[in-house]
Design a binder for this molecule. Structure first.
Ligand code: C5J
Length: 220
């Protein structure tokens, strides 16, 4: 059986059961004027991982493996947006407000779209999710079951929010989870480092972490 060099120990690859899940690589998190910027974050950090996310996606496509994309977004009528999420804090623009890239985090708006360099291709599943975790209020679980997926490699943003939340949801559902270190980012470098450390601590209590080069070498 192929293995990916990983921490805290090698990740055993079950080829036909492995998929890549790319979390929320949306303009709203990566570009000025979007959701991430409205919360006061330096969004330039996010764009820097695009080349590594891109080559990971390409490696999975070349190997004939499933690639799934997620988007954090809400319905235009905000019926899936709890007031507790919309009203928290004091952002310059709240979810649903009109910004320079359209309404913040609303399905179908230009700013909510996945970055063009990482756009899904025909046949790839895109999961629209109203929460931080990709299993909450979505069909992701059924999609994975139908495809026979049991192992998930994670990329995307932000490491300690939507990526880690989804990894924890997946881990509790019995999936083996691996985080691609260079293909994930946070607005806070110390939070990324802490998330990586806590995921793989205690014998991979949430999952494994690995470098993109080592993942690509093992699936080629
Ligand atoms: C956040 C996400 N950070 N995709 N969303 O609000 O991590």
């Amino acid at each position: 059986m192929a293995e990916i060099k990983a921490e805290p120990f090698a990740f055993p690859v079950k080829h036909g059961q492995l998929a890549l899940i790319v979390i929320d690589m949306q303009r709203d998190f990566a570009e000025p004027g979007g959701f991430g910027a409205s919360l006061g974050n330096d969004v330039s950090r996010i764009g820097k991982i695009v080349p590594d996310v891109k080559r990971l996606i390409q490696g999975f496509r070349n190997a004939g493996l499933t690639v799934i994309h997620t988007m954090e977004c809400h319905r235009p009528d905000l019926s899936d947006l709890p007031p507790a999420k919309r009203d928290r804090g004091n952002p310059r623009l709240r979810i649903g407000d009109e910004g320079p890239m359209g309404r913040i985090l609303i399905a179908g708006e230009p700013g909510t779209a996945i970055l063009p360099e990482l756009a899904p291709i025909d046949g790839e599943v895109v999961v629209e999710k109203p929460g931080k975790g990709a299993f909450y209020a979505t069909g992701l679980g059924e999609v994975l079951q139908r495809k026979g997926i049991k192992q998930l490699v994670f990329a995307g943003v932000t490491t300690e929010v939507c990526v880690q939340t989804t990894m924890r949801e997946a881990n509790d559902r019995g999936y083996e989870c691996l985080l691609a270190e260079e293909a994930t980012e946070s607005y806070f470098p110390e939070f990324k480092a802490a998330a990586i450390a806590m995921i793989r601590a205690q014998g991979a209590i949430v999952g494994w972490t690995a470098h993109v080069d080592d993942i690509l070498e093992s699936i080629a």
